[in-house]
Design a protein around this ligand. Structure first.
Ligand SMILES: Cc1ncc(COP(=O)(O)O)c(C=O)c1O
Length: 448
């Protein structure tokens, strides 16, 4: 059984994620050699925190969840935090002058402080609550973008962006008559830094890139990319949706201007997310949405805006989801993100080795395990990923199949779709063994 499996891959700490040309850590934290080995996490013990892992599918097969890059499972601590709000102190925030409303406000603001601590923001006021990473990027594109991007201005993106970090910029430059440029990627899924350097000669106003690719798993050298962009006079937005749940992230060490992520990928509830921005930038930006809570004073013909972050939080937010996201941040910090990163890197290496050894003809995309997060996208020759996912589902194995909201990236590799297995703190080698067995069965069924 998957959750009782043990394997040699669990027995030694993973080396820090580095890459010869990228030489980066996902966290922009001190170099691996200067750091003590991370405290190991025990995924078998952690699994008992996730009630859904005790469930089975309609064929009675236990859940083998390998789709954490789409959304993560939720631990009891998060479920309890959401339940407690609904059961014990359901009320609106920032308004009520009675006990449960004060408790709700305190819990909501405590969640903000936890999330600030998770990414080492200078202050909680630099954390704007949003529904997800997509909303955070749209907020910046509308608010900062519409004030700062004009005719002929350039924004530099990469070819590996999720649609969330592509389409909002397309909409912006179409409206403002600006330009988009793209950093291409190598065949093994790394950014071509020499082209990036050349594109910076265009003096872009903004550079936006993903910290970790949700399709290739590539960990980008965010600190280096940020330094180069700043030297060219550009601001930097980083999409951390696939990084924050999986490794220590320090926004001050990275030095970027905006950093976005979703709660539901980091063990928190759907409907929660965060935009981090430097105070002076957020203060200079106009509101994204207008209405209650984001104002200081309202007159019939004009209003004054509230201070940050409330200026960007119009209307009643998803209070319980943000409280749950705060609980998720505490849970992750309690486990230790160095250990999470080491665990997922070991698992990724084990997955790549196992699939290559056990599954005839499997093609895996992206860099080797040292330079990637816990995401493995692959194809079986001549078999559509949807068929692969459907057959695996019978065995209780959940993987993703499709373009993973990265259509241009799939085009770059001349692919219509891929299958993707992705990991989190509760993932274990036995689940990868089960995946390999399932994939061999798919190959057998299709007679390849
Ligand atoms: C790298 C990356 N960026 C952004 C997103 C968008 O996240 P959300 O749908 O939570 O807004 C995702 C979701 O898969 C992602 O993987």
């Amino acid at each position: 059984m998957a959750d009782t499996a043990t394997h040699a891959a669990e027995s030694s700490p993973a080396p820090a994620m580095t890459h010869a040309t990228h030489a980066a850590t996902p966290a922009a934290s001190p170099s691996a050699s200067a750091r003590p080995a991370p405290a190991r996490i025990d995924p078998y013990r952690l699994r008992t925190d996730f009630p859904i892992l005790a469930t089975a599918n309609r064929f009675g097969k236990p859940l083998i969840y390998l789709d954490s890059a789409a959304t993560s499972l939720k631990p009891r601590a998060v479920i309890d935090a959401v339940d407690a709000y609904n059961a014990e102190y359901s009320s609106n925030i920032h308004r009520g002058i009675y006990e449960i409303a004060e408790r709700a406000t305190a819990a909501y603001e405590a969640a903000r402080a936890s999330i600030a601590r998770l990414i080492n923001a200078r202050e909680a006021a630099e954390i704007v609550f949003v529904r997800n990473a997509t909303e955070a990027i749209n907020l910046v594109a509308y608010s900062w973008g519409r004030r700062n991007i004009g005719r002929g201005d350039t924004i530099v993106l990469t070819e590996m962006e999720h649609h969330a970090n592509l389409v909002p910029w397309q909409v912006l430059v179409q409206e403002k008559d600006g330009d988009l440029e793209f950093v291409p990627i190598t065949d093994d899924g790394l950014l071509q830094l020499e082209v990036y350097e050349a594109l910076l000669h265009l003096r872009p106003k903004l550079v936006a890139f993903t910290h970790v690719s949700n399709m290739l798993g590539t960990i980008n050298p965010v600190r280096e990319l940020t330094e180069m962009a700043h030297a060219a006079g550009a601001l930097v937005l980083i999409d951390g949706a696939q990084a924050v749940p999986h490794a220590p992230v320090d926004v001050q060490a990275i030095g970027a201007d905006f950093y976005v992520f979703s709660g539901h990928k980091m063990l928190g509830p759907t409907g929660s997310g965060a935009l981090w921005g430097r105070r002076e930038l957020l203060e200079a930006m106009p509101p994204f949405m207008a209405g209650g809570d984001m104002i200081r004073e309202v007159h019939l013909r004009r209003s004054d805006w509230n201070e940050i972050p409330y200026k960007f939080e119009a209307g009643t937010p998803d209070i319980s989801a943000q409280i749950g996201m705060g609980a998720a941040a505490e849970y992750l910090m309690g486990i230790g993100l160095d250990g999470v990163q080491a665990h997922e890197q070991e698992l990724t290496r084990y997955a790549m080795e196992t699939l290559r050894r056990e599954v005839p003809g499997v093609e895996i995309y992206g860099p080797e395990a040292e330079a990637r997060g816990g995401v493995v996208s692959f194809n079986l020759p001549g078999i559509h990923p949807h068929d692969v996912a459907q057959i695996l589902d019978r065995s209780g194995i959940c993987i993703r199949a499709g373009h993973h909201c990265t259509m241009p990236l799939h085009e770059r590799f001349d692919l219509a779709a891929t299958a993707r297995a992705s990991f989190n703190v509760y993932s274990i080698p036995g689940e990868i063994d089960a995946l390999a067995v399932g994939l061999r069965e798919v190959v057998r069924i299709f007679g390849r």
